[in-house]
Write a protein that binds this ligand. Sequence first.
Ligand SMILES: C[S@@+](CC[C@H](N)C(=O)[O-])C[C@H]1O[C@@H](n2cnc3c(N)ncnc32)[C@H](O)[C@@H]1O
Length: 200
Amino acid sequence: MKVYRDYYFLKAKEDHYPARSVYKLQEMDRAFRLFRAGMKVLDLGAAPGSWSLYAAERVGEKGLVLACDLQGTETAFPPNVTFLQENVFERSPEFESLLAEKGPFDMVISDMAPRTTGTKFTDQARSLELCLEAVAVADRYLKSGGGFVAKIFMGPDFQELAGALRARFATVRTFKPKSSRAESKEIFELGMGFKGAVQG
Ligand SMILES: C[S@@+](CC[C@H](N)C(=O)[O-])C[C@H]1O[C@@H](n2cnc3c(N)ncnc32)[C@H](O)[C@@H]1O
């Protein structure tokens, strides 16, 4: 994997975050005021843990973050973060009971990304599948009025995600953070004001 030692990479080291992706969440938080003290946040695709660390700081000790990823992480999290190694498509009974116990959530955030194959259409299709699964999780565990953020690799079926969010959220926005590399096809789709699950 290519490692970019750019401004944000070095800044993440300096700020003690395990990944530069934290600044994308920070930019979205600054633009859309995503977090408040006391909130409950579900972080999907959380390893190595920058988004969880950032969300945990923003929601404070009265809030919580439940995080999962296919991969484990060695990041030391504060006590308001619970991290589980889980595949979002095959959630274990332990994860489901934690979702029920700690939820419903104020925010569902997903930075999930498929392992890239080099074939653009395959990568985009897998990215959409991950986003739609994050939407399915939000349908079950997001509070009414809650918010949603998901990363997607921009491609022809991006509209499917945008449509799924428009059906569920009062406001839908597309955002390309400055800290996201210009050459990257990733963008973020945000939903605010959850109106409730949609069947089918
Ligand atoms: C860009 S990284 C996330 C970085 C993270 N937001 C951070 O700030 O540290 C994308 C992650 O999505 C995870 N992922 C991909 N498919 C997944 C799945 N089916 N279930 C859970 N996590 C998944 C990958 O393992 C990877 O760690």
